[in-house]
Design a protein around this ligand. Structure first.
Ligand SMILES: C[S@@+](CC[C@H](N)C(=O)[O-])C[C@H]1O[C@@H](n2cnc3c(N)ncnc32)[C@H](O)[C@@H]1O
Length: 237
C-alpha cells in the first residue's frame, strides 16, 4: 500500500494540490505540504537559522521558511540547491518568487506576499580553481568576474563582463584585471596593476577595489583610493 500520509494530519496529495495552485501546473506528484515543513522548522530551526535543502525540487522549504518568518518575525534564511536547471528556474525559483512577492493563484484568488526574497546563483560546471588554489588556465574573464563580484559584494553579478570595471557597489568600484581584458595594451597582458595600466582603466572618482595578479603602483595606489586585492589569494579558495 502506498503511504497516504506524511504525518497523520498531512495527506501526501495535499502538497501537490498546493503546488498546482501556486504554479498552475502539475510538476511533482508528491511535494511536501508547506505546513509539514513549517512544523519541522518549528521543531529544529529557531529564529536566525540558516536552513539548507540540498534537494530543493518544488521549493517547499523556501516557502515554509518565508511563511514561518511571517508568522513569528524569525529572520531565518535558506539555501536551496537544485541540480535540474529547468526545475530550478521554472519551479523552485518561480514558486519562492511568487510566494515572496504575492501572486494570483490558479483559482483566481490574490495571495498576499510573504515578503523576503532570494538570490539565484548558478554553479559553474567546472571548478574555477585547481586543487592548489590557482585559477585554472581555461577560466574566462566573465567566469572569474562573476566569482570576484560575488566574493566582493555578496550579490549575484548581472553585468556584461566586457570591461575591467565590473561595476559599482555601495559607492565602491570593483575592477578585475585578468585574461587580457585590456587587449594586451599593457604589461603582462594587463593582469598586473601598474601606473600605465591604471591610466587606461575606466575612470571612477570614488574608492576602488582592484583585483589583479600583482600591484606595482607603489604609493600612488593609496593616493588614487585603490584597495588592491591579489588574485587568486584574496579570493580565499
Ligand atoms: C523529491 S524532490 C524534492 C522535494 C522538495 N524538497 C519538496 O519537499 O517539495 C528532489 C529534487 O532533488 C533534485 N536532486 C536530486 N539529486 C540532486 C543533487 N545531487 N543535487 C541537487 N539536487 C538534486 C531533483 O532534481 C529533484 O528536483
Amino acid at each position: 500500500m502506498p503511504a497516504s500520509t506524511f504525518w497523520p494530519e498531512f495527506k501526501t496529495q495535499s502538497g501537490a494540490r498546493e503546488l498546482d495552485e501556486i504554479l498552475d501546473e502539475r510538476v511533482f506528484a508528491f511535494p511536501k505540504p508547506t505546513a509539514l515543513i513549517q512544523r519541522v522548522i518549528g521543531y529544529c530551526a529557531p529564529p536566525g537559522c540558516l536552513v539548507l535543502d540540498s534537494f530543493a525540487g518544488s521549493g517547499t522549504t523556501g516557502h515554509a521558511v518565508l511563511a514561518t518568518n511571517t508568522k513569528d518575525g524569525g529572520n531565518r534564511r535558506f539555501i536551496l540547491v537544485e541540480m535540474d536547471d529547468n526545475i530550478a528556474r521554472t519551479v523552485t525559483a518561480e514558486r519562492v518568487k511568487r510566494v515572496a512577492t504575492g501572486y494570483t493563484n490558479s483559482k483566481g484568488n490574490v495571495i498576499e506576499a510573504l515578503g523576503g526574497g532570494f538570490q539565484f546563483c548558478r554553479l559553474s560546471p567546472e571548478p574555477l580553481f585547481t586543487a592548489e588554489g590557482q585559477i585554472r588556465p581555461d577560466v574566462r574573464f566573465s567566469q572569474l568576474a562573476e566569482f570576484v563580484w560575488f566574493a566582493e559584494t555578496g550579490t549575484g553579478y548581472t553585468g556584461r563582463a566586457d570591461s575591467p570595471l565590473l561595476g559599482v557597489h555601495e559607492g565602491r568600484a570593483v575592477y578585475l584585471l585578468y585574461n587580457g581584458i585590456l587587449k594586451d595594451k599593457s604589461v603582462s597582458g594587463g593582469n598586473v596593476l601598474t601606473g600605465p595600466v591604471f591610466d587606461v582603466l575606466p575612470v571612477f572618482a570614488g574608492p576602488k577595489v582592484i583585483y589583479a595578479a600583482a600591484n606595482r603602483m607603489g604609493a600612488r595606489a593609496a593616493r588614487e583610493g585603490i584597495t588592491f586585492k591579489q588574485t587568486p589569494y584574496a579570493l580565499e579558495v
